[in-house]
Design a protein around this ligand. Structure first.
Ligand code: KG4
Ligand code: ZN
Length: 339
């Protein structure tokens, strides 16, 4: 049995997991930093990297303890080195390299976005490739042609804000707690998604697989305070917050569902795999399920704990381990996915 320690520190979660070559999860720990970033309304990169430094070793220790293994029982150390916040990436990568130096274990690189899609395979236990990958997180809203676990071709993505970023900003406009995504979706549960007709940017543009969420966020701002007004000074009733949240969420969901189906048509693939924090959104799941049923697609969305950042999805490293694709200790971090 192959056992890998996987480390994740691309953004603001410090996470580790021990996984096997049969994709069994022996241990998994995620330390969230939400409480540290909440009062800033977004992830502060410097605070994130300092918090990773404090947490990374206790998180790894606890993961090994949960898994009932020591470093001597491992066959490799894998770490996400792209994409992400540079200071955050460096902490995980330095920890992984230190463990490899100390133990002589091989070092394996994880592409965080590919890992998000791989979570679909881990969760379902089924072969999901080839597929269209839809990654919707705080930093990304992208569609990929995924011929294999590590063979991704970008098909398109957002031309401005990511979907999660839009949720977070709208949450803040509505005076909801950080992170905005879960808060907006909770508020939306009591709202009428048809109460306000927000724009569906680029949805009718059949020529491009692209998203644009920045204008939608501005439309929400105008809805709250009018052009030039300050949303922070406007008192909104609970029902109004719910209606705006539900209408905004509906617009985002329609864009994501529409373009994902367009990507499936374009590639000729019949399977859609979804990953990233926004995939935890219940309304998005419903929208994708309805579209998949209508068009006869196979749809994979992992459970919530595997949608938001975690180290279990780092089990994609098993694929590289099997191919003998190891990294030298010179391995760098790539904040913008240049590799
Ligand atoms: O993948 P992730 O955990 O971290 C990144 O790599 O970005 O995604 C975090 C993003 C945040 O923007 C968060 O607000 C959003 O996912 N999110 C949600 C929900 N849960 C998390 N957005 C909408 N609805 C949710 N239920
Ligand atoms: Zn992520």
């Amino acid at each position: 049995m192959v056992r890998l320690l996987c480390i994740e520190s691309t953004c603001d979660e410090t996470a580790a997991a021990v996984v096997t070559d049969s994709l069994e999860v022996l241990g998994s720990v995620v330390a969230s930093q939400n409480a540290l970033h909440e009062r800033f309304g977004g992830v502060v990169p410097e605070i994130a990297s300092r918090a990773h430094v404090e947490r990374i070793l206790p998180v790894i220790d606890e993961t090994l303890r949960q898994a009932g293994v020591t470093l001597a029982d491992l066959d490799g150390v894998a770490v996400a080195n792209q994409p992400g916040l540079v200071g955050s990436l460096l902490v995980g990568v330095c920890a992984a390299k230190a463990l490899c130096v100390a133990t002589g274990l091989p070092l394996i690189a994880i592409n965080h976005l590919q890992a998000h899609i791989y979570a679909c395979k881990i969760a379902s236990g089924e072969e999901v490739f080839p597929c269209v990958g839809l990654i919707v997180s705080g930093g990304h809203s992208n569609l990929y042609r995924c011929d294999g676990p590590t063979d991704f071709t970008p098909l398109g993505g957002t031309i401005d804000d990511a979907a999660g970023e839009a949720f977070d900003k709208v949450g803040s406009l509505l005076g909801l707690p950080f992170p905005g995504g879960p808060a907006v979706s909770r508020a939306a549960a009591n709202g009428d998604p048809k109460s306000i007709r927000f724009p569906r940017p680029l949805l009718d543009d059949n020529t491009r697989l692209a998203f644009s969420f920045s204008g939608l966020k501005t439309a929400v701002r105008y809805e709250i305070a009018g052009p030039g007004g300050d949303p922070a000074t406007v008192e909104l009733s609970e029902q109004r917050v719910a209606d705006i949240a539900a209408s905004f969420q509906e617009a985002v969901v329609e864009c994501l569902v529409g373009k994902a189906e367009m990507a499936l048509r374009q590639t000729g693939f019949n399977t859609l795999c979804v990953g990233g924090g926004v995939a935890a959104n219940g309304r998005l799941r419903e929208g994708l399920e309805a579209s998949a049923a209508r068009h006869g697609r196979r749809l994979y969305i992992p459970p919530m704990s595997l949608c938001t950042d975690n180290a279990v999805m780092g089990a994609i490293a098993i694929e590289r381990f099997k191919e003998g694709k190891f990294e030298s200790l010179e391995m760098d971090v790539y904040p913008g996915l240049q590799r």
